[in-house]
Design a protein around this ligand. Structure first.
Ligand SMILES: Nc1ncnc2c1ncn2[C@@H]1O[C@H](COP(=O)(O)OP(=O)(O)OP(=O)(O)O)[C@@H](O)[C@H]1O
Ligand SMILES: [Mg+2]
Length: 221
């Protein structure tokens, strides 16, 4: 379970360009929930997701993940949490464009604290979960947007995290491809994972068990 209590996020704190992107955000998400986060551009959705993913810090409040208080943790401990518990699909998918699909999916395994005997076959197995086994040797810059999104999902789940966070995973896709990508998230949810999806698409939000709406750095619903 994750709990945010009165989270405040200030970019560039103490500088003239300081900006409070989250004001007082409190929320609880239980294990195995399928949740969407919606809101207008600039509302703070990515900011919130980055805090949940432990890739960004916060200035006020408390973020608790299971028994761990995610605050002032060492980089080592944070890396451990990210690697063990969290799979993140970034807004721009952040793949390494000139590496192959397989190499991209293998990347997180190099940082894994688990002992993995055969990284290559685990990555291939994960590629087949997202229907991309035939593209393993293709450089990512030769793939379509939907294919890249599948690779980004494979990379996020290769370490078997319990929580998968996705930032606008269907934002740039046509409705058919978008529905196919959503099927992957439904499958992850059905397998018992917590899935949190930032989206602008009301159709995607409607497929989630719960919708969290955020406006100007506040949760409004
Ligand atoms: N690194 C940063 N430094 C300063 N301000 C930032 C930074 N990142 C985001 N912001 C600001 O914080 C606010 C929230 O940004 P965020 O990226 O969370 O919005 P969003 O809801 O994800 O928007 P979008 O739907 O366009 O992706 C915006 O006003 C943005 O300009
Ligand atoms: Mg965003």
């Amino acid at each position: 379970m994750i709990t945010l209590r009165n989270i405040q996020k200030i970019y560039n704190k103490g500088k003239p360009n300081a900006f409070e992107a989250l004001h007082d955000v409190s929320l609880t998400i239980g294990d195995g929930e399928l949740v969407s986060i919606v809101g207008t551009s600039g509302a703070g959705k990515s900011t919130l997701l980055h805090i949940l993913a432990c890739i960004d810090s916060y200035e006020g409040g408390a973020y608790q993940m299971d028994e761990t208080l995610v605050k002032n943790l060492s980089e080592k401990k944070l890396a451990y949490l990210r690697n063990q518990k969290i799979g993140m699909v970034m807004q721009d998918h952040a793949l390494v464009e000139d590496l192959t699909a397989l190499q991209n999916v293998m990347l997180p395994l190099d940082f894994s604290s688990r002992k993995i005997r055969d990284k290559r076959s685990l990555a291939l197995q994960t590629l087949s979960k997202v229907g991309m086994q035939d593209y393993a040797q293709k450089p990512v810059n030769k793939l379509s947007g939907g294919q890249k999104q599948r690779i980004a999902i494979a990379r996020a789940i290769v370490n078997a995290p319990s929580m998968i966070l996705a930032d606008e995973p269907t934002g740039a896709l046509d409705s058919k491809t978008s529905a196919e990508i959503m099927q992957l998230f439904h499958a992850l949810h059905e397998a018992g994972n917590t899935v949190i999806i930032v989206t602008h698409d009301p159709n995607i939000a409607a497929q989630c068990e719960r919708v969290i709406r955020i406006e100007d750095g506040n949760i409004v619903k």
